[in-house]
Design a protein. Structure first.
Length: 202
């Protein structure tokens, strides 16, 4: 019963934080959405900020674990980027509220909690950075601005959380494929591999 109630509190927090923002969500409103009294609410959560940090950390750890598994499994940079883009798109489509909270509420955290969340976010983004950098080194990608391009691609994929609907004209898998195609074009992916005279690792 306690676990069910804690889960209900968490679901209520995700709904409200995504819709109204952390600062726009009051404790009384969170209690009401959870079906609890304000006094009872504190038995199932720490502070409101603890709840926010837990939601963000769980989402980021899930992304990081999945991205790390992709990096370990896929050696070639282009297919690796394709898998990372698809992972990001699927996650933002399936968990739009959680990912919107991660993308927009870091500023609401106190410095200690913010450092933890930012470290997880940076670790996740470093998996993307390494894939892009490896592609440039191997001559698979041709871009003079790998860092800026990576940020642009992440922002593009983040947007899926705001507008994607399963009732739309594209299935989620088709949408993920399309975003992956756009990513490869943005990175200047070479359809025939490294440029002539350039070997792997050069």
């Amino acid at each position: 019963m306690a676990l069910d109630t804690a889960g209900r509190v968490r679901r209520a927090a995700v709904k409200l934080f995504a819709a109204k923002g952390f600062h726009g969500t009051g404790i009384r409103e969170l209690a009401q959405e959870s079906g609890l009294s304000t006094a009872s609410l504190y038995h199932y959560m720490g502070s409101k900020e603890d709840l926010l940090a837990d939601i963000m950390c769980d989402c980021l750890r899930t992304l990081l674990d999945a991205a790390t598994a992709v990096a370990a499994r896929v050696d070639d940079p282009a297919p690796r980027v394709v898998e990372l883009v698809k992972l990001h798109v699927r996650t933002h489509a399936r968990k739009p509220k959680e990912t919107r909270i991660v993308d927009h509420e870091i500023h609401a955290l106190a410095p200690s909690a913010r450092r933890t969340v930012v470290a997880l976010r940076d670790s996740y983004e470093s998996v993307w950075s390494e894939a892009v950098a490896e592609g440039v080194r191997r001559g698979v990608f041709r871009t003079n601005q790998p860092g800026v391009t990576r940020i642009a691609l992440l922002e593009m994929c983040n947007g899926v959380a705001r507008w994607y609907s399963p009732r739309g004209s594209l299935s989620l898998e088709d949408l993920a494929e399309h975003h992956a195609d756009v990513a490869l074009k943005a990175l200047g992916a070479c359809p025939h591999g490294p440029a002539e005279g350039q070997s792997r690792g050069e």
